[in-house]
Design a protein around this ligand. Structure first.
Ligand code: KIV
Length: 272
C-alpha cells in the first residue's frame, strides 16, 4: 500500500489561515468513502469535505435533506480512516442544528467523537448564529456556508444563482461578517456572482472557499463525483470535468461483461 502522505504535515485550520495570509489558494473536494478519500488525500487536496451531497451522489436522493446524522457519521468515519494529511470537515445534516443550540452542539459532538473528523460545516447566517456559537464553545471548529444553501432548496424553489439582487447580496455580506465574528474558521460561498464573492473574501480575514463563486476567493471546492465525470447529467457552468469516469467505467464494465459471456475471462493465467 502506498503511504505517500504518511509523513506529510497535517493541514489544520491554522494552515488554512496562513494560506489565506500568504495568498496560497486552498483546494477542497468532497469525499464519502475510504477508497476514494485515500486517493484524494494522496493527491494533495488541502480540505476534504464529507458533504451532505452524499445524499445525492451516494444514496440517490433528489435533495440533501433526507441524509441522517448516523449516515453522515458512517461516511465521515470511512473518510477519516483514509486520510493522513487533509483537514476533514463534515456537514451537519438538515434538521440537526437549526433552531436548537443544544441539539446542534450534541450533533457536532457526535460527529467529532464517533468519526474522528476535524471540523463541522453548517449552512446559514444570522438564523443559525446561536448554534454556531454553541458548537464553537465546545472547541469544535465550524465552517460556514452561504449563498446557495441546498438544505433550503424548498424555500428557494430553484438551484439558480443566489444574491443577484442587492438586498440578498447585502444580507450575505453581513452574514459573512457575523460568521467571522462568531469565530468560524472559513466560509463556503456557493453559486453567487463572482464580484460579490471577491468582495466578501476581501472583507473577512478568514478563508473563503467558493463553488460557482469565481476565482477571486481564497480557494475552490467541487463535488468529487462531478469533477471526475461520474455523473454526466449534472452540467452547471461552474463545473470543470477533470476526467470522464462515466465513459471509463461503462467501457470497463461493458468489456468485463463481454469477456464473461465469451468465456475469455478468466484466462489460464488468471486461475489456480
Ligand atoms: O455537500 C456538499 O458537497 C457541499 C459542497 C457543495 C460545498 O456543501
Amino acid at each position: 500500500m502506498s503511504t505517500g502522505t504518511r509523513d506529510a504535515k497535517r493541514v489544520t485550520t491554522h494552515t488554512l489561515q496562513e494560506m489565506k495570509s500568504q495568498g496560497v489558494p486552498i483546494s477542497m473536494l468532497t469525499a464519502y468513502d475510504f477508497s476514494l478519500a485515500r486517493l484524494v488525500d494522496a493527491s494533495g487536496v488541502d480540505v476534504m469535505l464529507v458533504g451532505d451531497s452524499a445524499s445525492n451522489v451516494m444514496a440517490g436522493h433528489e435533495t440533501t435533506l433526507p441524509i441522517t446524522l448516523d449516515e453522515m457519521i458512517y461516511h465521515a468515519s470511512s473518510v477519516v480512516r483514509a486520510v493522513q494529511r487533509s483537514l476533514v470537515v463534515v456537514d451537519l445534516p438538515f434538521g440537526t442544528y437549526q433552531g436548537n443550540t443544544k441539539g446542534a452542539l450534541n450533533s457536532a459532538i457526535r460527529i467529532m467523537k464517533e468519526s474522528g473528523a476535524h471540523a463541522v460545516k453548517l449552512e446559514g447566517g444570522r438564523e443559525v448564529i446561536g448554534s454556531i456559537e454553541r458548537i464553537l464553545s465546545a472547541g469544535i471548529p465550524v465552517m460556514g456556508h452561504l449563498g446557495l444553501t441546498p438544505q433550503s432548496i424548498y424555500k428557494f424553489g430553484t438551484y439558480v444563482v443566489r444574491a443577484k439582487e442587492e438586498a440578498e447580496a447585502q444580507r450575505l455580506r453581513e452574514d459573512a461578517k457575523l460568521l467571522e465574528q462568531a469565530g468560524c474558521f472559513a466560509i463556503v460561498l456557493e453559486k453567487i456572482p463572482a464580484q460579490l464573492a471577491t468582495e466578501v473574501a476581501r472583507s473577512v480575514h478568514i478563508p473563503v472557499i467558493g463553488i460557482g463563486a469565481g476565482g477571486g476567493v481564497d480557494g475552490q471546492v467541487l463535488v468529487l463525483h462531478d469533477m471526475l465525470g461520474i455523473n454526466k447529467e449534472f452540467n452547471p457552468r461552474f463545473l470543470r470535468r477533470y476526467a470522464n469516469l462515466h465513459q471509463v467505467i461503462t467501457d470497463a464494465v461493458g468489456a468485463y461483461v463481454a469477456d464473461v459471456r465469451s468465456r475469455s475471462f478468466p484466462s489460464a493465467d488468471e486461475q489456480y
